[in-house]
Each structure stands twice: as C-alpha cells, then as structure tokens.
Design a protein around this ligand. Structure first.
Ligand code: PLP
Length: 525
C-alpha cells in the first residue's frame, strides 16, 4: 500500500475498508478518475475545423513557429467532460460549509453575480476614454464612499488586488510618510505573534525589520507589551482586530495612542472586519491604514473562485501618499488621476501598484452587497457572524478544548488538548471531516496555541447547517477519545486521493508534464 511520509495511505479504496470498495476503473459512480488533458491526447482528433493558417502573413516578423507546440488533440465532448469533471472535484462554498478560519468563506449572493455581468461593467476596457465609462468610475467612487463612511476614514486606495497587496499599499504609504518627515531611519515594525503570515512578510518586503510582540495568556496584545518595544526607530505596529484568535483587542485605542506618541503609525489588518462592520469605526480606534478584503467582508468570491480585492483606507496623515490611479469627480464628470501633477501640489503618491485601477468585477459585487443590505443590514451581518461563531464555540467546548475563556468574535479557536493521549493529530481529525463532507477548519494557525483548530462559520450558514456541523464534530471528538485511532489515521477514505505527500508537493513540485518516451525510442535502447 502506498504511504506518504507520515505513514498514511495515499491511494483510494485500498484495504476495502469502506462500503464503496475498489472498482475496475478507479471511478466511484459520479466521482470519476481524471487524467491530465495531455494524457487524453488523441492525435488526429479535433473539435472544430479551422482553416489552414496563412503563413505568408505572420504578424511576428522574423519570429516563426518551429514546429508543433504539443497541444493535446481532443473532440469537443472530451474537452467538455474533462473540465466538467475537474469542476466537480472542486470543493466550493456552493457545495457545502467552508469553515476555514481567518478566511471568511461566505456565500456569494447571486444578485452580486448578476450585477457584475452587466455588459456596462463586464465588457469595458480600462483604456477606454473616460467619457465612455462614467458609470464604472462612478461605481468605484460610490464604493469608496461606503468604505470611508463605514470605517470613518478620510481616504481610500482602491487599486490593491488582495489583502496582502493592501498591506503592501499601507506599509508603502507609511514608508513614504516617514521619509517625507525626514524619519526614514525608522525601520522597526511591531507585529504580534498571532499575526497572519502576510504581516511580517509585508513589513520585510518593504524593507522594515520585524519585531514580534508575544501574546498575553488571554490571547490578546497588551499595551504594556507594546510600550516596552517602542522607541525612536519604530515605524509602525501591524495589529489585527479582531485578532486571529477570534478575540477583540480591548486595549487597541491605548495601543494606537502609545504608538502615535512614539512617532509611529498604526497599520490595522482589516481581514476580520466582518466581525465589526457597522459596529466599530476603525478611525475611532486610531487606525492610520487598514486593508479591507472585499472578498471576505463584502462577500466577493475568493480562493479558486476569483481574484480578490483589498482597498486600503488611509488617515489624513497617509492620504497624500496614496497610490495612483484614483478616481476624482470634478463638477460634472468622473476621471482618473494617473499622475500626481494632474491632481494637486500636495499629493505625492508612493507610486502605482498595478497597471489599472482595481478589480472592477469585485467592486461591482461588493457595492451590490452593500446596497442590498443597507447600513443596518451590514450591522446585522457582523452580529450574526459573531452569534454563529459563539454558537459553535458554546456547543463544542465540552468535547473540544476552547483555547481561551469567554465568548469569541467571528471565529472559534480550539486547540489539540482534547486529543491528548488519543494518538489522533489535528490533521487526522481534519481529514476525517472530509469523509463527512465538510471542508476542514484552519489547522495549526494561529501559532500562539498548540495544534490550533480555527473555525469560522460566517453569518451565511443556517442553524440547520451549523447543527449538522456541530453534531459531526462532536461525533468525531467522541470517537477520537474512545481510542479509535486507526479510523482517523486511515481518513480520508472516500476521496479520489487520500493523504498526499504535502511536504514533497511543496518542496519538489512537479510543474510540467513530460510526455512518456515514444515506444520506438525505448526499443532502440
Ligand atoms: C486573509 C488574511 C490576510 C491576507 O489577505 P489576502 O486577501 O488573502 O491576501 C491577511 N491577514 C489576515 C488576518 C487574513 O485573514
């Protein structure tokens, strides 16, 4: 039996230990084995008839094709089935609950999709004359207004393409502001140990050094821990609120004040804004810059589902350094500022983050979401997100070990103490969830607790779904404690592949398909 390097089986259905059993084809009813499209290659087959290319009008000048480029030959039904079967292997928010903590995998309302497909938004080109895209520019401006109102911040940069890109934007604005003040020597950035990995990565990428702040016993950052690290070389703090343990940082205002008094800026990682939108305005917490993951808080698709979008709200102090381009409204028309000189003498942008002005489709979806909820509805979103997480936490804390006392915000953090002595690891536990049809929660993150299991149900899950999820986890926790370690080590049993060698996949990725040697070459040897 093929095993990965943790001694877990990699091939499906071995041992016949499931009702599904092994099959002749390797298919399991609707679950089809799927080769690479190159392996399906059937030379001489094609789906459409194309005219012979006219080689004397090659548009690439002297650059000429040297031979076939090795694309597979297939009929149209073969292509359609290949991609349909691949799509059916995809775990998505439209198939079942996706409780991945820190990711906010919530339902993407169909209304948003319908709006994003309107030709006036979907079929335009970023280089069209402004006069032909007034509606699209107005939509960007309207979304910017909502983001500024919800956060209480005076400015927003719309172009960042994801949360991590937003962090880059905010930290570059901080760097530019420090340099403009003649304090470019401030190089140290304080980052709590519970932070998402993108925070220290961003700080390092922008040329800062990262100074970690340990978490307190209660999973929070204390003002004392921050003050003890402050000094004339501190550029900023990067703090997430609610933090990645799913806890509100109650000392956040005092921390912001202390950082400001020491001459630093406060970057807030706003990925968890879902938990407080409509209830707390980040401006009132002393934030200088905060990214908002539209693909988390405002329900636009993410993961395999589409590009992200990470607008960054900026304080008065950082606004002049915002990236170009940005939308302005002068009197009657909307236009984009592409160069500082086109705006006003005080704007000194740190530069451009991407070719154009953001992810239009995400903007449309996020604004559709906001308009369909209204301000009161957005507040309800955060209330329900927090309620759902606390429902999960309260329903499971007698069988699983909650990491911190008291209620949580939008996600419930457990650790592996409940598995102690069972021989079952958090990974084994998560794999058993897959057989039950649930995507695992986030595992081994945040790093501040041992064997973390971070569950974020989001507000869009119904009580029925949550009850089924809770009952499943309760059943698995009890089964682990009953000593059935083999059950967990053999999981998952029902997936097309079982435990892959994730270390080898990360360290030695096979990124290219090499055709097998033709038979005659083998014979010649
Ligand atoms: C998701 C997340 C990020 C990164 O956002 P991306 O859009 O994935 O780049 C940063 N910090 C936290 C806390 C997150 O949850």
């Amino acid at each position: 039996m093929a095993m990965n390097n943790q001694g877990r089986p990699t091939t499906p259905n071995v041992g016949g230990d499931t009702a599904a059993g092994a099959t002749f084809t390797g298919n399991k009813a609707l679950q089809q084995e799927e080769p690479l499209i190159f392996e399906l290659d059937n030379p001489g087959t094609w789906g459409v008839d194309l005219a012979e290319p006219c080689t004397d009008t090659l548009k690439l000048g002297p650059v000429k094709p040297r031979g076939a480029i090795g694309l597979p030959s297939l009929s149209e039904p073969q292509v359609v089935r290949h991609f349909t079967r691949l799509s059916q292997k995809n775990f998505g928010i439209d198939s079942t609950m996706y409780p991945l903590g820190s990711c906010t995998m919530k339902h993407n309302p169909r209304l948003n999709e319908k709006m994003a497909r309107l030709p006036g938004f979907a079929d335009i080109h970023p280089m069209q004359p402004f006069s032909t895209v007034q509606g699209a520019l107005e939509l960007i401006d309207e979304l910017a207004k909502w983001l500024k109102t919800l956060t209480g911040m005076p400015a927003v940069a719309m172009s960042p393409g994801a949360g991590a890109h937003g962090e880059f934007c905010g930290m570059m604005a901080i760097k530019a502001a420090l340099e403009a003040r003649g304090e470019g020597h401030r190089k140290r950035v304080l980052v709590p140990e519970s932070a998402h990995g993108t925070n220290p990565a961003t700080a390092a990428f922008c040329g800062f050094t990262v100074d970690p702040i340990p978490a307190e016993e209660n999973g929070r950052v204390s003002v004392e821990a921050v003050t003890s690290k402050l000094g004339p070389d501190v550029a900023a703090i990067m703090l997430t609120n609610p933090n990645t343990c799913g806890l509100f940082e109650p000392q956040i205002k005092a921390i912001a004040d202390a950082v400001h008094a020491a001459g630093g800026y406060f970057y807030c990682d706003g990925a968890n804004y879902n938990a407080i939108v409509g209830r707390v305005r980040p401006a009132d917490l002393g934030v200088d810059a905060m990214h908002i993951n539209l693909h988390k808080t405002f329900s636009t698709p993410h993961g395999g589902g589409g590009p992200g979008s990470g607008p960054v709200v900026l304080s008065e102090a950082l606004a002049p350094f915002a990236p170009i381009p940005f939308v302005v409204h002068d009197g009657e028309h909307f236009r984009l500022i592409e160069h500082d000189a086109d705006h006003n003498a005080t704007h000194s942008s740190f530069g451009r983050m991407k070719a154009f002005h953001g992810q239009m489709g995400m903007f449309v979806r996020a604004l559709a979401y906001m308009l369909s909820h209204g301000a009161d509805g957005l507040r309800q979103v955060s209330n329900d997100a927090v309620l759902n997480a606390n429902y999960v936490m309260a329903s499971l804390k007698d069988v699983m070990s909650a990491s911190f006392e008291g209620p949580c915000m939008h996600e419930a953090l457990f650790d592996d103490r409940f598995l102690k002595g069972t021989g079952v690891t958090p990974l084994d536990f998560a794999k058993a969830m897959i057989d039950e049809g649930f995507h695992p929660m986030t595992m081994y993150f945040p790093l501040v607790v041992h064997g973390a299991l971070l569950i974020e149900p989001t507000e869009t899950e119904s009580k029925q779904t949550l009850d089924q999820f809770i009952a499943t986890l309760r059943y698995l926790a009890e089964r682990a404690k009953s000593g059935d370690v083999a059950f967990f080590q053999g999981a998952p049993r029902l997936t097309p592949r079982r435990r892959l060698d994730e270390t080898a996949a990360a360290r030695k990725p096979v990124l290219r398909w090499i055709p097998p040697a033709p038979p005659q070459a083998v014979a010649a040897e």
